[in-house]
Each structure stands twice: as structure tokens, then as C-alpha cells.
Design a protein around this ligand. Sequence first.
Ligand SMILES: O=C(O)CCC(=O)C(=O)O
Ligand SMILES: [Fe+2]
Length: 458
Amino acid sequence: MRTTLNTRALRPVVRRARLRRSSSFPARQDSFAYVPCIREAAAHETLADIVARNKGSFGTHVPSAWERPQPLSTQRHREGYIRTDECQLADLQRITSEEVAAHEYPLASAVVSNVVVYERSQLNLDTPLLRHSLQTEFMHCLMTGPGIVVVRGAFDHEVVDRVSAAFSAILAGQGANAADHFGRPGANGRIWNALEKLAVEEPEAFVRYYANDTLNLISEAWLGPNYQLTSQVNLVPPGGLAQDMHRDYHLGFCTNEEAERYPVHVHKQSPLMTLQGAVAHCDMPLESGPTTFLPHSHKYEEGYLAWRREDFKSFYEQNHVQLPLAKGDAVFFNPAVYHAAGNNTSADIHRMANLVQVNSAFGRCMETVDRARVSQAVYPHLLRASEAAEWTDAMTAQVIAASAEGYSFPTNLDLDPPVDGLAPATQAQLMKQAVDEMWSSEKFDSVLDEQTQRQRSV
Ligand SMILES: O=C(O)CCC(=O)C(=O)O
Ligand SMILES: [Fe+2]
């Protein structure tokens, strides 16, 4: 007898079954259970071979690497905008109270104070599969885990020493630094654009230093291929004071008013565009002030708005962690993890870190536009138009947004220092000031040319 299926009636049942299946995943321990198998894989095996060989051990569901990264935030997804007065310390407390489960990182040598620590000499990176399995752990740590990875012995001592000597010569040659982000003036020595300066001063040392495989593996794990490196050296002398805790580039360099103008999905996107790292150029015992961190804090959605608030600062003071580092160790972190350079209370350690900032290939537009040229061509016409009775400030703002560069970076921070301690003036700000104050075209052209000149690397 032929039965006619009433598919409409079955729909809820099917839905419930699907829900049940998906709610049994992701059991994070389960999805990581296969990693030790990968560790023991024969060099010729592919991921598919291993998955097939081990199918029984994790049932019918085959966890794939790209299923692994979980949503950035553990909080409910909200759309629209977030405001500073919405920040609740209790949310940060809850998110950062999570303990890291060491079994989620089978290739790590230890989890110390909720930081995942690897030993470079114990990592076998001989096959693509082994590198891939390490990368999936890095991704997991930076996205859903505590957000901080330490790789001990990542850089060779001899190469680090050569590069340190080059950095010291550059520091000696450049004189005292002006104001620095997040720190007190004079508390540290800073080399902006240390990447280019090192390449020009010591190209051979540059080649050996940046031939580093750990830096490449973790950069690709976070950003994919074609990333772009920049580096900024931070030297904290004996007696140097700690920085204010903060988040890093991009939204970390905004005032609260600016950050509030970016919708919440951009707050979640910003950390996906940059990987932050620090290479220890000397031994850094705790008294020398290695970087302090608040593990898991990158998952706090309102975090770019909360870090200046006193209650959040004092929570950070009481709960941050700090690991001593040895020369050649590298720490990599999600740029949204709350962190700060520590107090250097040592008598004689000049604590030098090379801060590597790795940028996504995608943070660029499709076409090359000379925005200074566009702004200069447009300015006299905008000024004339703005004199008409029916013209509004909004129209001026819209024309400026279409012509001038609205973002302060990239720039040359030696020549173009931040105006309010965070970001240098933008072309768009200059153009608005020019219209407001009715500058002549000659004055606007020359002020803009001076700004363009300051932004160049040399
Ligand atoms: O030097 C350090 O330990 C960290 C510095 C830092 O976070 C920064 O300058 O943004
Ligand atoms: Fe920072």
C-alpha cells in the first residue's frame, strides 16, 4: 500500500530533530578530541584521511577547522549602536571569569594564568597538516579562547640581539619622543615605523628576523594570506610607568564619541582586521614590566567604549595577569584584549619590545585615489557653494566625506603626532576647519600639502 506523506505535518518534527542535532554541537571538548590524532599523523596523511580513520571516535559529525571559530561575542547579538553609558562592569566580570581548559590546546605546553603558552622547540611544523592544526589552535585561542598566545623561543637570540642593537642606534639618533598613546609623556622610548627604519638601516638583520615562521603562521591563522606588517618599538626604561589599560588599533585609537559613531558590527569587525604581537628583545622578569593582560576581555562587546571608565580601570588593576618573558619569546593577542605595558620597577632593565602590528589585506580600497588632489580641486567650489542661503552644514559634511581622507592612518607618527593623544588630524578635519574659517584656496592648498608631507614615511 502506498502511503502519502503529509510533509507539512512532518515539518515541526524535522525542525526539532535539526535543533537537537545542532544543540549537541559545538561541545568544544568533542570538536577538539581529534586534534591529538592529527598530532600523531603520518606525514603523508591528509586531514581527510585522518578524519576517515578516526570517524568512529567522534560519531557521524566530522568537525572541520572552519567550524571552529565561534561568534566573537558571548553576549546576545545586538544590532545598531552601543553607547558608553550602556557598559556594565558585571558583563566584563562574567566574561572574564572563564577558566581556560587546557585540553582545548593539545599542542600547547601549558596554560599559565589563562594564557596559552607554546614552546617553539617542541612544535613540529614539518607538514602542512601539522602547521594547520597549530593554526586552528591559534585561531581558537584568539577568537573564542582567552585571546592571548605566548610562543616561547619564537625568535633566535642572536638575531634578536642584532636587531636590538639597530633599534638602540635608531632610538639614540632620534632624540626624545613626544606624547605616546596610552602612556605618560617621557615614560618610554618609541620607534614609530620601526619596520621601515630597520629595513633601511640593517637590511640583512631584517631578512633574518622576519624570516620567522611563528610570526607567519599566526598572522595567516588570524588574517589569512597577504597580510601587511608594521612594527613599533617600545622601550620602557627603569622607573618607567605603566600605560593605561586599553585596546589597540583601530577603534582603540578613537575617542568615545568617535567610537560610538561606528555601529556595533564594526566594533566586532575591527579586531578581525589586525593581529597584535610583541617580541621580547630582552629577558623581562615581572619587575621590568612585561605587558599585562585581561584574558577573555576581547569578547566584551562594549569594550572599546568602557576602557576609560574608572570602574573598569580598577577591575583591570585587580584582575590582570602578567607573565615573565625571556628574550626571543613572542606574545600575540587579539587587539581587543585589554592590555597595557607594565610598570618597570627594576633598577637596570631597559625593557625593549618590538610591537608587531599585522594588518589584513582587506583593509584597503579598490582604487588609488589621490584624496589631497581631489580635496584641493573641490575646495574653492565647496567654499563658494557653502555661501548660498540654501546650503546646509550637512551638505558640506557630505562633500567632505566624498573628497577628503577621513581617517588619520596610515601616517608618520614621528612627524604627525596625535592631536589629542590618540590620532593625528585628518584631511577631512582640515577641510572642515578651512570651510568654517573661510580659508583662501592658497592657504588650504599649502596646509594640506604640509599635512601630506608629514604623513610620508621619509
Ligand atoms: O609595550 C608593551 O608592553 C605594550 C605596549 C602597548 O600595548 C601599546 O603601546 O599599544
Ligand atoms: Fe597596546
